[in-house]
Design a protein around this ligand. Structure first.
Ligand code: DX5
Ligand code: ZN
Length: 215
């Protein structure tokens, strides 16, 4: 069964406690937490106080996706805020190997996220050092965007790279995941599905999470 990671970005911030409780009670596996700085992406989301508040109520790991420049400046603060997984963008890290080593030294799972235009082949020399590859299937910055279907072949290519290298990495797909494309993404080799709008615009989010789990 796929790992399901609802994206808190699409939750109702006026009722964040209620939405965190819903995820706790659902079949979801992780909380996907999107951090945006207004520089790497054209949007600003939230930072440490909000993540710490989620951590207090969350009964499942926080899967933190950093869409920020110079993430190295903040790695230990994300650990202190409660991140279990920390994914940085390939495009934002000139010394990616150092960054992922540091994330692991801090006791978190290390993830590398790639934008839709970034080739999987660029991960060949880092794949054995990462725990998660986060494949963006929209241009990062906003929830509720349309799935870019050309990204499916990247899952297939990554699956092959992971098998051939013996890497422990999980493949997580993020952006525009819905009940129509989920099973195709699992078949292509995705281990984890992020879902924002699909979960939070549903009249029954818990059931939608169960449906994604069965995809
Ligand atoms: C986009 C974020 C995603 C987003 C997914 O920049 O990284 O995690 O919240 O939302 P949906 O599922 O609505 O595309
Ligand atoms: Zn994300």
């Amino acid at each position: 069964m796929p790992i399901i990671a609802p994206s808190v970005l699409s939750s109702d911030f006026l009722n964040l406690g209620r939405d965190v409780a819903m995820i706790n009670e659902s079949e979801a596996d992780w909380f996907h937490v999107d951090v945006m700085d207004g520089v790497f992406v054209p949007n600003i989301s939230f930072g440490f106080p909000v993540i710490k508040a989620i951590r207090k109520a969350a009964a499942k790991p926080l899967d933190v996706h950093l869409m920020i420049v110079e993430p190295d400046r903040f790695l230990s603060q994300f650990k202190d805020a409660g991140a279990a997984h920390l994914s940085v963008h390939f495009e934002a890290c000139p010394h990616l190997h150092r960054t992922v080593q540091r994330i692991r030294e801090l006791g978190m799972k290390a993830g590398v996220a790639i934008n839709p235009h970034t080739s999987v082949s660029l991960l060949a020399d880092i794949i054995t050092d990462v725990d998660i590859v986060l494949v963006m299937s929209v241009n990062p910055g906003f929830g509720g965007q349309k799935f870019i279907s050309q990204t499916i072949h990247k899952i297939t290519a990554l699956r092959k790279m992971i098998a051939e290298s013996g890497s422990p990495a999980l493949i997580e797909i993020d952006g525009g995941v819905d009940l129509n494309n989920a099973s195709q993404l699992i078949s292509a080799g995705a281990d984890a599905l992020v879902a924002g709008q699909t979960v939070f615009s549903s009249p029954d989010p818990r059931t939608t999470i169960s449906q994604l789990k069965k995809a």
